[in-house]
Design a binder for this molecule. Structure first.
Ligand code: SPV
Ligand code: MN
Length: 627
C-alpha cells in the first residue's frame, strides 16, 4: 500500500479498525477509504466486521446518536427523514457521464468532471465532528456466482443499521477475496443536520453515480432509497455489470407458490412502486424469497434466480392484520424493526390504513404533529407519510423461503409484469411467447406516478419493466438484453401481465385486493400446463370455470360469470390507445431499438384491429377460443 494511504488511515482509524481493514488484502479498497477520508474529513473512522459485537454496536449507536428512537416493543425503533426527503429524488439523481460517452436522453445525467467537482465540493469536510462508518456487505448470496462485494462509507448509523437488516454481511467475503474483490462502493454523508438529526441542506441534496468507477456519492439526504448504497444505487451499477457479463439484474420480487402434491413454483414480479409488489410477494400461504431486486442467470438452459437482498424495506401504508398477516406479525412482536416516517405516540407506531384509530397528536416526519397541522404551503400534514416504511430482515418472516441463501439460486418458472392501468389491460394474461411478454407486458408497463418518488402524483407514464428509474445503459440495449436472455433458455419462464387497477365506467375497481392470489394460483397451474386458456388479441386469458374453482379454493368466494365478463372483456379502443402511447414512447426515446420490438407492437395492433372487425369494440371472453 502506498505510504500516503497508510498515513491517512492510521491518523483516523484506531488500532482495531486499522487491523480489521488491513486484514483485507486489497489495495484499491484501502485507497478508496483513504480518499473518502481526505474528502469528508471525519474525526474518526470505524471499520465494522461481521462479528455480533460490531453488528450490535451499529444498532445501539443509531439510538445513542439520536438517528433512531426506541419504541415500546423491544427491538423496534423509528427513524425520521426530513419533510423534503421522503422518497427517491429523480431530479437530483444523476449519472456522471464521461465527455466521450453518451447515455439515453431519458436518463438524468451530468458531464462526469463537472458532476464530480460539484459533488466533491458538497462533500468536502461533510463528516467533520463525526465518525465515518465503513461497512462490508454483499449483494446476492455469499459464495455464489451471484454475489457482488460492496463497501459503504457513511456517517449515518441509521444507514449502517439498515444495512444489517437488508443485506448479507460481507467482511469475511472481502477477506476471502482479497485483491480479487471487484467491489461496488458508496460514499454517503447526511451533510448538515438539525437537532432532530435530520439533513437540512435539501437544496444541495445530490446522488451521483460514477459507473466508470462502480461507485456512488450521496449527500444531504437520509431517505434509505437515496443512501443505502446497496439498494437502487447499486442496482444501477449492477445493470451495467450484468450487461457486460450476459445476465440480468431486475427490479423484481421472488416468491414460491405452492401447488398440487406439495410442488413449489418460483415466480418473479416487476411492479412499479405502489402497484402491489410487496403484497403479491407476501401472499399468505406462499413463501417470499425477495421483494425488490432479483438477479437472473442462465444455467443449463434454466433461468436461475437469486435475491440481491436479504431484507425488506417495505411500504407500511395499508399494512393490516387481515391482508398482511406475515408482516403484521413481525412488526407487532419483539425483534428488530426500523420504522421510518410513521407517527409515534406514547412509544407506539401508527400509519395510514393500519385499520385502527389514529391518535390526534404525536411525532412524525414534520416534528411534533397534531391533527390539522399544516405545512408551510398550507396543506394539511397527514399523520404519517404515504411512503412511510419498515425495514426488517426476511428471516424474521414466518413465510421466508428456505432457499434464500442457496448460492445457486432457484429455478424460475414465471415472470409477472404488473402496472397501474385503470382502462385497458385485463387483470391477468399470459404472453404468447418470450418476446411477446417482454414487449407487450414488460416494455409496455404503464403506471401513474405515486408518492414513492417526489413530484406530482397520478401522471400516467411508461415504466419499462418497472426499472426505468434505474437503467444505466441505453434503454434499447436493456430491452435487447432481455429479449436475448430468453433465447439462451431452453426452459424459459412463462411471462404474465397483471393489472390490479382496472376500473369500470364509474371509476370503481373491478377486482378486490385479494383477487391477486387467484391470479397467482392460475399462473402456477398454467406453468405446469394444468389448465387451458383462451386466446385474446393481447394474450392468453383464464377460462371462467378454472377461475370459479380457484376463487372458491383460494378465497372461499363465489365468482360470478358476470364479474368474469366485466373483468376479462377485451377493451379494444383502450388497448389501441395504450399501444399507441407505448409505440410513441419507444419511437421518441430509443436510438437503438432492438429487433422485434416494433414488430411485436405491430402484430398486437393487427390482432386488436382484426378482432374489432369481427366482434366490435368490446370483446366478451365468451367469444374467444381455447388455444
Ligand atoms: C422503490 O421505490 O421501488 C423501493 C424503495 O423499493 S426505494 O428504496 O426507495 O427504491
Ligand atoms: Mn423497489
Amino acid at each position: 500500500m502506498g505510504s500516503q494511504y497508510s498515513e491517512i488511515l492510521k491518523a483516523k482509524l484506531d488500532e482495531k479498525s486499522y487491523g480489521n481493514l488491513m486484514a483485507i488484502d486489497n489495495a484499491d479498497l484501502h485507497a478508496y477509504i483513504a480518499n473518502a477520508i481526505e474528502l469528508c474529513e471525519p474525526d474518526s473512522v470505524w471499520v465494522s466486521t461481521d462479528s455480533d459485537e460490531d453488528v450490535a454496536y451499529t444498532r445501539q449507536m443509531s439510538v445513542k446518536m439520536g438517528e433512531e428512537k426506541a419504541l415500546n416493543i423491544p427491538g423496534h425503533t423509528v427513524h425520521f427523514d426530513g419533510p423534503e426527503d421522503q422518497g427517491r429524488d429523480r431530479k437530483v439523481t444523476k449519472y456522471l457521464v464521461p465527455q466521450d460517452e453518451t447515455l439515453s436522453d431519458a436518463l438524468n445525467q451530468v458531464e462526469r468532471e463537472e458532476g464530480l467537482t460539484e459533488i466533491k465540493g458538497l462533500m468536502k469536510g461533510s463528516m467533520k465532528g463525526r465518525t465515518m462508518i465503513v461497512r462490508f456487505m454483499t449483494l446476492g448470496p455469499n459464495n455464489s456466482p451471484f454475489s457482488i462485494p460492496c463497501v459503504e462509507c457513511t456517517d449515518s448509523f441509521y444507514v449502517s443499521h439498515s444495512l444489517n437488516l437488508l443485506y448479507r454481511l460481507g467482511y469475511e467475503e472481502f477477506k476471502r477475496l482479497g485483491e480479487k474483490a471487484r467491489f461496488f462502493a458508496t460514499l454517503h454523508s447526511c451533510g448538515k443536520i438539525d437537532e432532530r438529526m435530520v439533513s437540512t441542506d435539501v437544496d444541495n441534496k445530490r446522488i451521483y453515480i460514477d459507473y466508470t468507477r462502480d461507485s456512488v456519492y450521496s449527500v444531504n439526504t437520509q431517505y434509505a432509497g437515496n443512501t443505502v448504497g446497496l439498494k437502487k444505487l447499486a442496482l444501477r451499477l449492477t445493470i451495467r455489470k450484468a450487461d457486460r457479463e450476459g445476465w440480468l439484474a431486475e427490479h423484481m420480487f421472488l416468491m414460491g407458490v405452492s401447488g398440487k402434491g406439495g410442488r413449489k413454483t418460483y415466480l418473479a414480479g416487476a411492479f412499479p412502486s405502489a402497484c402491489g409488489k410487496t403484497s403479491t410477494a407476501m401472499l399468505p400461504g406462499e413463501t417470499i424469497l425477495g421483494d425488490d431486486i432479483a438477479y437472473f442467470r442462465e444455467e443449463n438452459g434454466s433461468c436461475m434466480a437469486a435475491n440481491a437482498e436479504a431484507g425488506i424495506f417495505g411500504i407500511i401504508q395499508n399494512a393490516n392484520s387481515k391482508d398482511d398477516p406475515a408482516i403484521w406479525e413481525v412488526i407487532n412482536n419483539p425483534g428488530e424493526v426500523i420504522f421510518s416516517n410513521i407517527l409515534v405516540s406514547e412509544g407506539k407506531p401508527y400509519w395510514l390504513g393500519m385499520g385502527t384509530d389514529i391518535p390526534e397528536k404525536g411525532e412524525n416526519f414534520s416534528g411534533e404533529w397534531h391533527k390539522g397541522k399544516k405545512d408551510p404551503k398550507g396543506a394539511e400534514i397527514p399523520c404519517a407519510h404515504k411512503n412511510a416504511r419498515y425495514a426488517v430482515t426476511l428471516k424474521a418472516l414466518s413465510n421466508c423461503d428456505p432457499e434464500l441463501e442457496n448460492p445457486q439460486g432457484v429455478e424460475l418458472s414465471g415472470i409477472i409484469y404488473g402496472g397501474r392501468d385503470t382502462k385497458a389491460y385485463v387483470p391477468v394474461q399470459q404472453s404468447f411467447s418470450w418476446d411477446h411478454g417482454i414487449v407487450a407486458y414488460g416494455a409496455a408497463l404503464e403506471t401513474e406516478t405515486t408518492f414513492a418518488t417526489i413530484g406530482k402524483e397520478g401522471v400516467p407514464e411508461i415504466n419499462l419493466m418497472s426499472i426505468q428509474d434505474f437503467i444505466s445503459i441505453s434503454l434499447g440495449k436493456y430491452l435487447k438484453n432481455n429479449l436475448d436472455f430468453g433465447k439462451k433458455l431452453s426452459k424459459a419462464p412463462s411471462i404474465f401481465g397483471v393489472n390490479y387497477f382496472l376500473c369500470d365506467n364509474d371509476g370503481k375497481f373491478v377486482n378486490g385486493v385479494r383477487d391477486k392470489h387467484v391470479w397467482v394460483k392460475w399462473m402456477e397451474l398454467r406453468v405446469h400446463g394444468d389448465v387451458d386458456a383462451l386466446e385474446s388479441p393481447t394474450g392468453m386469458i383464464p377460462v371462467y370455470d378454472d377461475l370459479k374453482e380457484l376463487f372458491k379454493q383460494v378465497l372461499d368466494k363465489e365468482y360470478s360469470k358476470e364479474d368474469y365478463i366485466k373483468q376479462f372483456t377485451i377493451r379494444v379502443p383502450e388497448n389501441l390507445a395504450k399501444l399507441e402511447r407505448v409505440e410513441k414512447f419507444y419511437r421518441d426515446n430509443l436510438v437503438d431499438p432492438p429487433q422485434g420490438l416494433f414488430e411485436v407492437i405491430g402484430r398486437q395492433r393487427e390482432s386488436l384491429l382484426g378482432a374489432q372487425k369481427e366482434y366490435g369494440d368490446y370483446i366478451s371472453p365468451e367469444n374467444l377460443k381455447a388455444r
